[in-house]
Design a protein around this ligand. Sequence first.
Ligand code: MG
Ligand code: MG
Length: 257
Amino acid sequence: MNVRTVEERTNLLEAGRRFGVILEALMAEVKPGVTTGELDASAEKMIRDGGDDPVFKGYTPEGANRPFPAALCISVNDEVVHGIPGARVLKEGDIVSLDLGLSHKGMIVDSAVTVPVGKTDAKSYALMDTTRMALDTAIAAARVGNRIGDISHATEEAYEGSGFSVVRILGGHGVGAQVHEEPFVANVGHPGTGEEIVDGMVLALEPIANAGRAGVHILPDGYTFTTKDGSRSAHFEHTILIEKEGTIVVTKRPSES
Ligand code: MG
Ligand code: MG
């Protein structure tokens, strides 16, 4: 677990403000007829134009046999996370998760949203709304004195009675100097367990849930997770800085209240 210095916290917050503007602009570009590759190119350009680095591009996560080839992970419909952008054309009614990372003055932020392409169906809206609310619930549990298991448990509880299934093998993580740091923050768990949350901790919290069953598998491309049953999946993520005075949502977008 890493505790950030005052200077690191300042740079992290600056990174988050830059990031929020970019992700919001990218969300507005999601329309029928746009390809996932075009969205990736746009994300990378916005990050580099600001003098920052797209940290997912060239990053090799544990277990992968090659670096991720893009700035943006784009996962459409039954794709869960880590979809690779390309020639796929977005269609009216799709849901698309945009997961992006940025490095600014040595501090990394990581955040994701799932948005509809045009208008979608009621179940997809409910899946997205529930997952966005699960992220809010997780953030509320992330405070000094609590434990990591309290965040996991709060996330799991946010889905109770929804009919949706939390993906158990994926979850949040420490972030800041590296894309992925300790601790792993599961989206299911028991209160009062795990590492204690202290002032200066930076976490990326990311509930991920499927409209059908929880099972996921990875495609032969080595990156894209999809649901086993073909049901749709949603993913929301924020980077947060936990301080004794309160928890700051670092990657908050301009339009978020
Ligand atoms: Mg992410
Ligand atoms: Mg993440």
